[in-house]
Design a protein around this ligand. Structure first.
Ligand code: UTP
Length: 296
């Protein structure tokens, strides 16, 4: 791709239509993306990351029972008016800053949870003919600078499709999409030559995995349109990216930050502890409690 013609990334897609079976019974009524890490829903971390990267439009691919997500990103008129009337300015400003402006959020229903690839395809009409950021909100990435902001820098330089990557222990590669790389382009960026979804450990091309953040070109939608179900009987995004790899550049970017898989109980608990310890308003009181718990 000619980087000079790389179009600006204005939209971000958040697939939030999964069933969250690993978190039952909590997710019977509450969408798993609304479970809180310290005092913010998991989905808000991903949206804040997109806001930091300059994203202008937020597309949520939802399903039945996910109405709380729409409400969360709407204006809570009575609440905000009450906060204002009671002089709770900090809380009021925080709520205001954390929701997209009027008309800057779209919600589309996946109708059936047929897989991540299918969820992304459901956003095709809203995304249209432009590159877009894609976040799997379960993957909470914590660091000084948001992962999307870092990826947009890489995209401005190389164009094409960018995949956030990180290393995992080799014995865990069968749980993820795994990358094959060549050509070190500097600044933690490599050209991707292949990828495979949930490979057998012995077949994995590396221990570098796709970690839940992407910048993709709109041609991915045509690939998803005809994509047959893959691993787990689901329509896999990785399979459609493999098809697009024959026609377009893909680059991996090893971001700075730590990933917590909040779709998994251990990852979710770790995210709560790590973020609590990183917050100056919580850490001094929380650390002694945590230390006591660990000693017990
Ligand atoms: P997961 O496989 O982690 O989500 O999908 P899940 O199916 O909700 O989780 P479990 O395994 O039953 O606990 C990763 C992301 O893709 C979305 C999910 O909402 C999550 O953000 N997703 C997955 C969809 O939007 N639609 C799907 O059909 C599948």
């Amino acid at each position: 791709m000619n980087t000079a013609s790389a179009k600006k990334v204005r939209k971000a897609v958040f697939p939030v239509a999964g069933l969250g079976t690993r978190f039952l019974p909590a997710t019977k009524v509450i969408p798993k993306e609304m479970l809180t890490v310290v005092d913010k829903p998991v989905i808000q971390y991903a949206v804040d990351e997109a806001i930091e990267a300059g994203i202008e439009h937020f597309v949520f691919v939802t399903g039945r029972g996910k109405g709380a997500i729409e409400d969360h990103f709407d204006l809570a008129y009575e609440l905000e008016a009450t906060l204002k009337a009671r002089g709770k300015t900090a809380e009021f400003e925080m709520l205001k800053a954390s929701r997209p402006a009027a008309g800057a959020a779209s919600f589309v229903r996946q109708q059936e949870p047929l897989g991540l690839g299918h969820a992304v395809w459901c956003a095709r009409d809203i995304v249209g003919d432009e590159p877009f950021a894609l976040a799997l909100p379960d993957m909470l990435i914590h660091g000084k600078r948001g992962c999307f902001a870092q990826m947009i820098d890489t995209y401005s330089k190389h164009g094409g499709n960018i995949i956030a990557a990180e290393e995992v222990p080799h014995e865990h590669v069968n749980r993820y999409g795994v990358l094959a790389l060549t050509e070190d382009l500097g600044n933690q960026t490599h050209r991707i030559t292949g990828m495979v979804e949930k490979p057998k450990i012995e077949d994995a091309p590396s221990n570098l995995i796709i970690s839940g953040r992407y910048i993709l070109q709109p041609e991915i939608f045509a690939k998803l349109e005809t994509q047959k179900p893959g691993a787990g009987g689901e329509i896999q995004l990785t399979d459609a990216m493999i098809a697009l790899l024959a026609e377009q550049d893909f680059f991996s970017y090893r971001f700075e930050g730590t990933t917590y898989d909040c779709g998994d109980k251990i990852g979710y608990l770790a995210a709560n502890v790590a973020i609590a310890l990183s917050r100056s308003d919580i850490e001094p009181k929380f650390r002694p409690v945590l230390e006591k718990l660990i000693r017990a």
